[in-house]
Ligand binder design. Structure first.
Ligand code: ZN
Length: 290
């Protein structure tokens, strides 16, 4: 095949909103929706990568759209998405603008979860490496859409991206959203998918990862109980466990993370359009949990 390689730098400036897709927010911890051109009936979907990580490309209103997760540690400024189809390879530039995330002070009674013993530190570092592998998992799922539902009923009690200070010591920013739930609250799959991993981690406690395809992975943790096993298929809204306060938690709540192309992005961008009635509402947090 005669593949012509060209470097075409395009600036996609206009923010987009599309059904079945998250809200767009081109900031660290946000999502960029980048148009890749008209989707012809007989043309295969283009493929896209950010650095070496595959990126979800979907069809929306007759157009291919790259749905790009932007990591919290992404420097502001121009970034390049590599896009390839049968005939062409190009680089698509997009701008990441700054976002200020507030500081959140948390007090933990258990100091062993703040200043780790050498054994706990070894364990925690090994788990962080395993979790990085899990969240970079890629399974193509051409028919999947980006609709997610809150995994439990309740208000948001801790925002994504908060710069957290535990007992006066700065730690990693908050990689998900916290939902205020009493212990034992039913936890559901945010969308259809496959259970990618379950485990009991030092920081996250009892944890479930669900792979929704195309690099979209959700995590729920600090659970009291896990009712699914790795490899199991789940339906949207299917009960998968019960909430609790396992791991490093200041009290009972549900922590929910959304990963896209290997990085954590703001869960609030995904549920705003689908959150109605009993599934809970997004509100300004009034209490602070991990
Ligand atoms: Zn949390």
């Amino acid at each position: 095949m005669n593949v012509r390689r060209s470097l075409l730098c395009l600036l996609a400036m206009t923010p987009m909103i599309a059904l079945g897709l998250p809200l767009e927010s081109r900031v660290p911890g946000g999502v960029a929706l980048l148009p890749l051109g008209k989707a012809g009936a007989h043309r295969p979907a283009p493929r896209a990568w950010l650095d070496q990580q595959p990126v979800w490309v979907t069809r929306d209103h007759g157009e291919w759209i790259a749905v790009v997760g932007i990591g919290l540690d992404t420097p502001t400024g121009l970034h390049a998405l590599r896009v390839s189809d049968d005939a062409d390879e190009k680089s698509l530039s997009f701008d990441v603008t700054p976002k200020h995330y507030p500081e959140q002070h948390v007090t933990l009674k258990d100091m062993s979860k703040v200043r780790l013993s050498p054994e706990d530190e070894t364990r925690a570092l090994a788990e962080i490496a395993r979790i990085k592998d899990i969240r970079q998992h890629w399974r193509p799922a051409p028919d999947a859409d980006g609709r997610l539902a809150l995994p439990a009923a309740g208000r948001f009690s801790g925002r994504f991206g908060n710069r957290r200070v535990f007992n006066g010591e700065p730690r990693a920013p908050h990689s998900g959203a916290d939902i205020a739930t009493p212990r034992g609250t039913v936890v559901k799959a945010a969308a259809a998918g496959r259970v990618l991993a379950v485990d009991d981690y030092f920081f996250n406690g009892k944890t479930i990862f669900i792979d929704h395809g195309n690099g979209l992975i959700t995590l729920v943790c600090h659970l009291d109980r896990i009712d699914v096993a790795p490899g199991q298929s789940v339906l949207s809204g299917q009960e998968i466990g019960r909430s609790g306060k396992s791991g490093r938690a200041s009290g009972p709540h549900l922590h929910w993370s959304v990963y896209l192309n290997g990085v954590a992005v703001d869960p609030a961008l995904w549920v705003r359009q689908t959150t109605t009635g009993s599934s809970g509402k997004i509100r300004t947090p009034s209490t602070r949990r991990l």
